[in-house]
Write a protein that binds this ligand. Structure first.
Ligand code: IMP
Length: 176
C-alpha cells in the first residue's frame, strides 16, 4: 500500500488490535473499579483506539477529549506543547490519558505534569503503541498495547501527513 510517496506493509492486523484492546479494557475495569475515572483521549490520533477501548470499559467513568497545542506568544519555544480543551475540573479525580502512540514521550511527560498540578488524585497512561525511545527513557506508561521499535506506522488513527487515519489495521514503512 502506498500513501503519498511511501510504501507501507501490514504490521498489526485489526484482529490483533481488537484482542489487545479487549485485554486493556479488562485490566482497566479491574484496576479502576469503584474509582469512577476520567478518560482523556488525546486527539487526533487516539480517536479510533479510544472509541474501541471505551466499549470494553464497563465501570462507571467519564470521557473527555483533549488536544495538545504549541505555546504561542512570548512563551513559544517551538517544541513544548500544552494541553487544551479541558472542559471540567479534574481536581480530586483519577485520570487515564488515552494515547495512540508514545515515541519520545516528551509531550506526554509535560501533560502528566500539567494534570498533576491541577490536583488530580492519580494520572496514568494507556497507549496502544510504545516506541523504543520511550522505553529507553523510562517514560511512565502503565498500560501498553504493543511495544514496537522506532519504525514509522500509520492506520487505526495514526497518520502520515494527515492521511491513513481511517485504516482498520496498522501498517509500517516497507523497507526493501
Ligand atoms: P512524542 O511526543 O515523541 O512521544 O510524540 C507522540 C506523537 O507523535 C503521537 O501522539 C503521534 O501523533 C506522533 N507520532 C509518533 N510516532 C508516530 C508514527 O509512527 N506514526 C504516526 N504518528 C506518530
Amino acid at each position: 500500500m502506498v500513501i503519498k510517496d511511501i510504501a507501507f506493509r501490514k504490521f498489526i492486523s485489526e484482529k490483533k488490535i481488537q484482542e489487545k484492546v479487549r485485554l486493556l479494557g479488562e485490566q482497566l475495569n479491574e484496576d479502576y473499579i469503584d474509582k469512577s475515572p476520567v478518560f482523556l483521549p488525546v486527539l487526533n490520533g487516539s480517536f479510533m483506539f479510544a472509541s474501541d477501548l471505551m466499549k470494553e470499559v464497563s465501570i462507571s467513568c467519564q470521557v473527555s477529549f483533549v488536544k495538545t497545542a504549541s505555546y504561542s506568544g512570548l512563551q513559544s519555544t517551538g517544541q513544548l506543547k500544552t494541553l487544551i480543551g479541558l472542559e471540567q475540573s479534574l481536581f480530586g479525580q483519577h485520570i487515564i490519558l488515552v494515547e495512540d502512540i508514545v515515541d519520545t514521550g516528551l509531550t506526554l511527560q509535560k501533560i502528566i505534569e500539567e494534570l498533576r498540578n491541577l490536583g488530580t488524585k492519580s494520572v496514568e497512561v494507556v497507549s496502544l503503541l510504545r516506541k523504543k525511545p520511550a522505553r529507553d527513557k523510562g517514560i511512565e506508561v502503565k498500560y501498553v498495547g504493543f511495544d514496537i521499535e522506532s519504525e514509522f506506522v500509520v492506520g487505526y488513527g495514526l497518520d502520515y501527513d494527515g492521511l491513513g487515519r481511517n485504516l482498520k489495521d496498522i501498517y509500517k514503512q516497507a523497507v526493501d
